[in-house]
Write a protein that binds this ligand. Structure first.
Ligand SMILES: Nc1ncnc2c1ncn2[C@@H]1O[C@H](COP(=O)(O)OP(=O)(O)O)[C@@H](O)[C@H]1O
Ligand SMILES: Cc1ncc(COP(=O)(O)O)c(N)n1
Length: 272
């Protein structure tokens, strides 16, 4: 009997385990869903930076997607690092072919460490091909600025950006406020469903740089949608999850700290 939902991440590999595919699969595991992956690129990365990227060919990306959808029901899909034009085009074509549902798009552009994970020339293709497929798109402030051409300094700007991105075709837009200290006390994300705005606020954690926060949040939204939650509930619970993961971020290297995906579970099990 099927007891778990199967959730797919289409993203890049982070060798240091803090972001990308590795963050997504840990997030899925923490949500009690069965995680699957289509790898778009392999990065040589650690807590201090990204040192090399090997893109996976469009043909092998297509084959990974086919291998999954031809065999396994997919309850939700998270899309992260898509690197270049050929990658975006094949993902969009295959997700349309299989009529994939509950797609969460994290429009990853530049890593926390400053490396371009999306070829800037492919930004418009990402917007044109993937945004219309997404049930939820989760830009951070710099990504929302690239997508809209706006400069975002406050909540009103975030709302305007959400409206403009919504007009590009996704079902819902979540503009994340991690990069914007509008309120130094809180990290506020703005969710727009085309009619109403919802504001998701969490106490801002003043800590050393964290990474993998956006990956963790979008993977948690996908897991929650796959489990049958509606968008506001999926996003609200994912925000609570990422806040705990950031609060308990781990010091594993000399640079940015990865989020702790299992803090609550380990605590409950008496492991920490
Ligand atoms: N210092 C912080 N304290 C609390 N929440 C944060 C902090 N930084 C980011 N977040 C939250 O983490 C999530 C990811 O946001 P953000 O860091 O902006 O995205 P990205 O990782 O894509 O740059 C959002 O829900 C955001 O509000
Ligand atoms: C493979 C991969 N995907 C996504 C990110 C973005 O994560 P962050 O912005 O936290 O560095 C990353 N660094 N690496």
């Amino acid at each position: 009997m099927q007891t778990m939902k199967n959730i797919l991440t289409i993203a890049g590999s982070d060798s240091s385990g803090g972001a990308g595919i590795q963050a997504d699969l840990k997030t899925f595991a923490a949500h009690g869903v069965f995680g699957m992956s289509v790898i778009t690129a392999v990065t040589a990365q650690n807590t201090q930076g990204v040192f090399a990227v090997q893109d996976i060919t469009a043909d092998v990306i297509a084959k990974q997607i086919e291998a999954i959808f031809d065999d396994i029901p997919v309850a939700a899909v998270k899309i992260g690092m898509v690197s270049r034009m050929e990658t975006i085009q094949i993902i969009a074509a295959k997700l349309r072919q299989y009529q994939a549902v509950n797609i969460v798009l994290d429009p990853v552009m530049v890593s926390t460490s400053g490396y371009h994970l999306l070829n800037p020339a492919a930004q418009a293709i990402l917007a044109g091909e993937l945004l219309p497929l997404a049930a939820v798109v989760t830009p951070n402030i710099p990504e929302a600025e690239v997508l809209t051409g706006l400069t975002i300094n406050n909540l009103t700007d975030m709302e305007e950006a959400a409206r403009r991105i919504y007009a590009m075709g996704p079902g819902n837009v979540l503009v994340k406020g991690g990069h914007l200290a509008v309120d130094p006390e809180n990290s506020i994300d703005v969710l727009f469903d085309g009619v109403n705005f919802h504001y998701l606020s969490a106490q801002r954690i003043a800590a050393k740089k964290t990474h993998g926060t956006g990956c963790t949040l979008s993977a948690a939204i996908a897991a929650n949608l796959g489990k049958g939650l509606n968008v506001p509930a999926a996003v609200t619970q994912a925000k609570e999850y990422v806040t705990v993961a950031i609060e308990n971020a781990l010091t594993i290297g000399k640079g940015a700290r990865p989020t702790h995906h299992f803090y609550t579970l380990y605590k409950q099990a008496g492991m920490i």
